[in-house]
Design a binder for this molecule. Structure first.
Ligand SMILES: [Fe+2]
Ligand SMILES: [Fe+2]
Length: 165
């Protein structure tokens, strides 16, 4: 696996990947609203949550275990890192929406639509806050040595090859 040298760039580039996933999910949601076809929605959601469980799990570990501890007690322009971590939890838990697809009657379809919509909005806003306040704040406030330390830990995390949940 490639060695990470610029940890903030790596985190941002993951955010771009996640936004692409969101775009796909948004299209799937629009199609579901129109056709109500449960099977296609299920496929899209399974793909999205596969991404969440694998790639995003590693990214969230980078953030929660490596980057965020260094930002504790820092003024990040009015956001609270605890809220950001809660959003990670929310996203993981939101996979339950797949359960709703099992017996999708009219009412349940509405519920699926609003849940998926909320997931998309929440994750998009989450990424925006992290890009601006977390990664922006880290770029301003952390030293070159601290950033090198983050890169080292991120590389270490990947060297085991055992991540995701
Ligand atoms: Fe995050
Ligand atoms: Fe992130």
């Amino acid at each position: 696996m490639k060695q990470i040298r610029d940890p903030l760039k790596e985190l941002k580039s993951f955010h771009r990947d996640a936004l692409k996933q969101l775009e796909m999910l948004e299209k799937a949601l629009a199609a579901f609203r129109e056709t109500g076809r449960v099977d296609e929605m299920r496929l899209s959601l399974e793909g999205f949550y596969f991404f969440v469980r694998k790639e995003m799990a590693l990214h969230s570990k980078d953030e929660e275990e490596i980057l965020f501890p260094l930002l504790e007690n820092m003024d990040l322009g009015g956001i609270d890192v605890k809220d950001i971590v809660d959003e990670h939890e929310y996203l993981r838990a939101s996979e339950e929406v797949l359960e709703l697809l099992k017996g999708a009657d009219r009412e349940t379809k509405k519920q699926i639509e609003s849940t998926v919509d909320e997931v998309i909005q929440t994750l998009r806003e989450h990424i925006r806050k992290e890009d601006v306040f977390i990664i922006g704040g880290a770029a301003r406030k952390l030293s070159r040595e601290q950033l090198a330390g983050i890169a080292g830990k991120m590389n270490e995390l990947r060297s085991g090859g055992n991540y995701g949940y």
